[in-house]
Write a protein that binds this ligand. Structure first.
Ligand code: PDD
Length: 279
């Protein structure tokens, strides 16, 4: 499939980035992932607003994210699959390795975009729910920036898989922050809880949409810190994310959370699908 790289549309097998790209050398860049449902990007404007915040967070404000919509449309025109992920990565650009970031405007940022098919999460996986483990949150203090520097997330995900789990949930100072590429919710006595937006979580677009939809459907949603122990004691736990959607978690650190997907998670997943598919 064709990808967009620095103004060109090229086959993905031909796209090349310099060994001096600061993204390659320093993870000096940011990214977004947008879910495409039947050619329609889900919550495009919110993703662009977050991309602008991430760019500002690393001092890379010169990129005009408004221009990405035309690239998006051209990439989507070649898509034949009903669902896809659209990936956008912007790095500070290419120069001889030096920690010092050059003053704004000196480098041309590297802009990469692709659209690739994804398959929906199997209904059986949703119904059974997935396993998670908790791990110490050893990431930096600017998690709100969607940086491509994801090594702690990668290692935590690897640890989860080694232990037969699907994902790892980060715990900082005894409090749940988020999972490796999703936000975390728990349900107790019909009330929905999730960690508040601070610099220690990524403010998920799906998180925000799910909170709005849940409130609209009459649930109370409380955004306050909670401990891992409260996860064990929950009636339901679920993850939210662009590709994760709403994914029930039925085991945390070997402790069962119900026996299968709970009604609140399934209700919210249904609302999310209706909204995404325009049903
Ligand atoms: N990840 N927290 C982290 C650390 C994430 O990486 C993500 C998304 C989320 C959920 O955010 P959203 O609902 O906006 O997708 C929370 C993307 C999908 C990824 O890295 O592939």
């Amino acid at each position: 499939m064709q990808v967009y790289l620095n103004g060109q549309y090229v086959d993905d097998s031909e796209a090349r980035v310099s060994i001096d790209d600061r993204g390659f050398l320093f993870a000096d860049g940011v990214y977004e992932v947008v879910h495409i449902y039947g050619q329609r990007p889900f919550e495009w404007d919110r993703h662009m607003a977050r991309l602008e915040r991430s760019l500002a967070g690393i001092g890379l404000e010169a990129v005009n994210v408004q221009e990405l919509a035309a690239v998006r449309d051209r990439l989507l025109a070649q898509l034949e699959h009903p669902e896809a992920s659209l990936y956008i990565q912007i790095t500070r650009g290419t120069q001889r390795r030096s920690h010092a970031p050059p003053p704004p405007g000196v480098l041309k940022p590297t802009v990469l975009m692709w659209v690739r098919p994804v398959d929906p999460i199997a209904p059986e996986t949703v119904r059974r729910g997935v396993k998670a483990i908790t791990v110490p949150d050893d990431r930096w203090a600017k998690v709100w920036i969607k940086t491509i520097g994801l090594l702690p997330n990668v290692l935590a995900k690897g640890r989860a898989l080694e232990r037969g789990a699907f994902d790892a949930i980060f715990v900082r100072d005894g409090m749940v922050t988020e999972a490796t590429s999703a936000n975390v919710f728990r349900v107790k006595d019909g009330v929905i809880f999730t960690a508040p937006v601070t610099n220690y979580i990524l403010p998920g677009i799906t998180r925000a949409v799910v909170i709005e939809m849940a409130r609209g459907a009459g649930y109370s949603v409380v955004e306050e810190p909670f401990s891992a122990e409260l996860l064990y004691d929950a009636d339901e736990v679920f993850l939210t994310g662009t590709l994760t959607e709403v994914l029930p978690v039925t085991e945390v650190d070997g402790r069962a959370i119900g026996t299968e997907a709970g009604p609140v998670a399934l209700h919210l997943l249904d609302l999310l699908h209706r909204r995404a598919l325009g049903a």
